[in-house]
Design a binder for this molecule. Structure first.
Ligand code: ADP
Ligand code: MG
Length: 360
């Protein structure tokens, strides 16, 4: 097992990439530390599978290097990289039994049968496949087959990394929840580096210690769930994570302080923006806005009950600003003022954060 480093990686499926959009992956350098539980999170088409396939060697990147520890593996074929990869749709040998499917990767490595038997039963138990071990895989449901795929990914303990590519897509919602918790548990037990690809923020945030957020072929932030929530480095992270997502409001700067349509907005962190032509925006999450005696003037338009709190939609000009009010909290019926928490107010220039203490 070792750290995985991607150095100055870029990939295009085209022969002669010219424009930005020709690159499925824009230039990136990413380190995955040994033993980490990572989620790779982003919408469909942002390049997640492309990135996995480059790590595993199924795809050769147009540019850049892949390192495992201090060995460059860029030119090693997939079967020499010692990786387990679980795909979105089940890959099983239909004519083999569940047992033989699970044993396959271990027999390939030449393990002794008693050791194989122990490992196969352990994984089968974990995935509730114990009862079906002697059944042919062909007879199983899509759920069952995907559990075999997961099992085959998990059965070897000597791999550099286990990568899961949206592995729960075909699994029913209840089982999804169970399996997700099991994967997390398993990571804690075996400590192998895991990269879990998903477009679902809940899946990512429950599984991972570190979340790598991608958008349009670019890594926009790597951080803990708390960091992504409290200090989104890019407006996309603000939108994509959180429910509802972060409010993003056009602003100007006056001596380094943001001004939103005539109202000066207080911030704890300094704004460090050198690009005077950049599009400037304030980012503020609904969790960090309160009603106050003064601040941004708004008109309350809509209040929706969301369990322990309400989501309030307040209008200022063309903007609708969302805020959360705890149950029992007072919601003005019409005109009101909003106050943004200075600790959690960020400024963005062309979508990238240009404020925020040591994070900027
Ligand atoms: P994700 O897994 O995040 O949904 P992908 O890595 O599959 O994204 O795709 C990233 C981009 O690369 C998309 O625009 C997709 O259409 C394109 N792409 C993926 N695979 C191929 C391929 N084999 N040939 C050409 N373009 C591809
Ligand atoms: Mg994919």
């Amino acid at each position: 097992m070792s750290k995985i480093s991607l150095k100055n990686l870029r990939h295009s499926y085209l022969e002669n990439p010219v424009n930005d959009i020709d690159w499925a992956l824009k230039e990136m350098s990413v380190d995955w530390s040994d033993g980490g539980a990572y989620a790779l999170l982003g919408p469909s088409g942002c390049g997640k599978t492309t990135l996995l396939n480059i790590i595993s060697g199924l795809l050769t990147p147009t540019q850049g290097e892949v390192w495992f520890g201090d060995e460059e593996v860029s030119h090693l074929p997939a079967d020499h990289r010692n990786i387990a990869q679980v795909f979105q749709f089940p890959v099983v040998y239909d004519t083999m039994t569940v047992y033989d499917n699970l044993a396959f990767p271990l027999r390939n490595r030449g393990l002794a049968e008693p050791d194989i038997d122990k490992k196969v039963r352990e994984i089968a138990d974990m995935l509730d496949l114990g009862e079906t071990l002697m059944t042919r895989a062909a007879g199983l449901t899509a759920d069952g087959k995907q559990k075999i795929s997961l099992g085959r990914g998990l059965v070897r303990s000597d791999v550099n990394v286990i990568m899961f590519d949206e592995p729960l897509t075909v699994i029913d919602p209840h089982l999804k929840w169970v399996l997700r918790s099991k994967l997390k548990e398993l990571h804690q037990q075996i400590g192998t580096t895991m990269i879990y690809v998903t477009h679902d923020q809940t899946e990512a945030l429950t599984f991972a210690d570190q979340v790598v957020v991608m958008q349009e072929g670019e890594v926009v932030q790597i951080g803990t769930p708390v960091e992504l929530f409290e200090r989104p480095q890019h407006t996309f992270v603000g939108h994509f994570i959180g429910s509802p997502g972060m409010n993003v409001l056009g602003c100007t700067l006056d001596q380094g302080k943001p001004v939103y349509d005539g109202t000066a907005i207080e911030m704890t962190n300094d704004v460090r923006n050198d690009d005077t032509t950049a599009r400037l925006e304030i980012g503020i999450r609904p969790e960090f806005i309160n009603f106050a005696d003064q601040g941004v003037p708004v008109r309350v338009e809509k209040v929706s009950d969301a369990g322990r709190f309400s989501i309030v939609e307040a209008r200022h000009g063309d903007d609708v600003i969302k805020l959360l009010v705890a149950d029992g909290g007072h919601v003005p019926s019409d005109s009101a003022f909003l106050k943004f928490d200075p600790d959690h107010t960020q400024v963005y220039a062309n979508d990238w954060m240009v404020s925020g203490g040591s994070h900027g």
